[in-house]
Design a protein around this ligand. Structure first.
Ligand code: G4P
Length: 541
């Protein structure tokens, strides 16, 4: 194949990619919406009820019993589907806030996000944290306000709540006509027509009824005062709300807003169409060395997630790689930039509707899964030979600590192996204190400790004892002054521990203690976030 044709192919494949995640507070309807999006895109023929989906997920890919016990989605997964000539990659995120660090990293691998809000509860705490991450990265957000088949908040109130929390303008694309028992449908403001509500679980939209025109007397007659109220609101927002502006959406300054009922498969297709039409194709990615364009000829990609033992039958680790540029082909030889080693990618998986299929090619925006036995770490960059370090994959300073020891001293080696692997996966942060032998575990959420203890037991046959630690805060530190750095480390050795990439961190029990250290050591910079490459990033403390 001649060079220009290959380049054109890459360009056109990149243009039709849409990679996004759904974010929400638990129970807002993320699983339901995911299932309905898959249904519309034809990725699954019959989408069962949420319960059935959750149950089958347990059967097929639930690798951790704790997930079953708690009914929360600990594992992130990836689904690929095609809709209107677009290839859509949907990256699932854990809903539970204790795994927010994992979610943040998934968000570094998407180009857009759909935010699901429970219409009764409005914006909830977990949504706010996730939004902050999206906002920091200027990720475009599409908002779906769910559960209009129930008594929910007034749509105008929800609109202003979304605007004030997001700090961006909301542009309603649809508007609800009634709610709960009187939910009559949604009015499409772009197409000036109403989609009449029909309860229904698994239909793919065959028997959809539309009524054209806001001034249509038949609508007014059929839905009476419910429609009259909605119409008043629509006229109000048509005057007050800004017009949709794609550039503002892409810059994260405007969010298109949709209303509906995911469980009834209602208002979902509009979201999918907007995603295909307006959400961005993969954009260039910044590396320390240069800007990498998605349609370059050479393959590059980043490991944004490592998951162990996804399939108990395989007992493997899968590195999730987001393709940043070029074309991935099965069997390609890839360089792991961190180690300089070569990886032969013959056994690679794609994610299609939860099934692991052998993948033949992938382009920027796609996610490929590479089974391996520990050679790939979180944040690793894969290339065809070039040395590149992508920026932006964050580790956050833990807020909770435990000392970890093993009940049976003969199993300390297994404990270390297990913790090293879980640390590389990002399931927990492991610190090796400068003084003393007990390893320290650091987490952002309490549940992370439980998961780690459970996994040490089931996957490594280690009974770990987790004891409270005197530390509550950690800050990575750097200095331009090597002498000051050495002095600081010597005089604080009892507070220093090294993380998985041997970056030193300063551990304290209170903010006051940190402030004292800062005052005494002006040449030292303390950081609450570290990037994967081992480089420490300057942040507020
Ligand atoms: P999540 O992934 O964000 O945690 O939410 P999920 O989709 O699991 O939905 C949480 C609950 O909300 C589910 O009920 C689901 O059926 C319900 N739900 C989702 N969308 C809608 C909607 O449009 N309208 C209404 N009324 N409910 C909706 P559940 O209590 O977990 O199960 P079940 O009692 O429905 O079986």
């Amino acid at each position: 194949m001649s060079q220009p044709t290959a380049a054109n192919k890459i360009r056109s494949e990149v243009k039709r990619r849409r990679t996004f995640a759904i974010i929400s507070h638990p129970d807002a309807g993320k699983t339901t919406l995911t299932e309905k999006l898959l249904l519309f895109a034809g990725a699954i023929q019959i989408a069962g009820s949420v319960k059935a989906r959750k149950a089958s997920r347990h059967a097929s890919s639930d690798w951790m019993e704790i997930e079953k016990q708690r009914g929360i989605s600990v594992a992130s997964s990836v689904m690929q589907m095609e809709y209107q000539d677009c290839v859509i990659n949907l990256l699932d995120t854990p809903g539970h806030q204790d795994f927010s660090e994992d979610t943040y990293r998934v968000l570094t691998a998407v180009d857009a996000a759909i935010m699901v809000i429970d219409g009764a509860n409005g914006i909830e705490p977990q949504t706010i944290r996730l939004l902050e991450v999206c906002r920091a990265r200027h990720t475009p957000i599409i908002t779906f306000i769910n559960k209009f088949d129930r008594e929910v908040q007034e749509p105008l109130d929800l609109l202003s709540e979304v605007e004030s929390h997001l700090g961006m303008d909301g542009v309603p694309f649809t508007w609800p006509v009634g709610m709960g028992k009187h939910f009559a449908g949604v009015f499409d403001l772009q197409k000036d027509r109403m989609r009449v509500f029909k309860a229904g679980q698994d239909k793919r939209g065959g028997d959809v009824e539309f009524m054209q025109g806001l001034d249509n007397p038949q609508i007014a007659e059929r839905f009476g005062s419910t429609f009259a109220k909605a119409r008043e609101e629509i006229e109000l927002i048509q005057e007050a709300a800004p017009a949709f502006d794609q550039a503002a959406f892409l810059a994260g300054e405007q969010t298109p807003i949709f209303f509906g009922s995911a469980v009834n498969n209602f208002g979902v297709q509009e979201v999918l169409e907007t995603l295909v039409q307006w959400a961005p194709a993969p954009s260039p990615r910044q590396a320390l060395e240069r800007l990498v364009e998605p349609d370059e000829n050479k393959f590059t990609g980043v490991v944004f997630k490592v998951q162990a033992n996804m399939d108990p039958a395989h007992r493997d680790r899968v590195a999730f790689v987001r393709v940043s540029s070029g074309r991935f082909e099965r069997g390609m030889r890839l360089k792991i930039v961190r180690t300089g080693k070569e990886l032969r990618s013959s056994n690679v998986v794609s994610f299609l509707s939860q099934r692991r299929d052998i993948l033949d090619e992938a382009y920027a925006g796609d996610v490929i899964g590479i089974p391996n036995h520990g050679v790939l770490h979180l944040g690793d960059v894969l290339t065809e030979g070039e040395t590149l370090h992508f920026t932006g994959l964050p580790f956050f300073a833990p807020e909770l600590f435990r000392e970890v020891e093993v009940k049976d001293p003969l199993r300390s080696k297994q404990l270390r192996t297990g913790l090293t692997q879980l640390g590389e996966e990002g399931a927990i942060q492991v610190f090796r204190p400068e003084i003393g032998s007990a390893l320290l575990l650091g987490a952002v959420g309490q549940l992370q400790f439980e998961v780690v203890a459970h996994r040490l037991k089931t996957e490594y046959n280690v009974d770990a004892i987790l004891r409270p630690s005197r530390y509550n805060m950690a800050r990575w530190f750097t200095s331009d002054d090597p002498v000051a750095l050495k002095k600081f480390m010597q005089s604080n050795s009892q507070h220093i521990a090294y993380d998985v990439v041997n970056a030193p961190a300063f551990l304290v029990s209170s903010p006051a203690q940190l402030r004292v250290a800062q005052d005494l050591n002006p040449a030292i910079e303390f950081h609450m976030m570290r990037e994967h490459s081992g480089q420490v990033f300057s942040q507020t403390q």
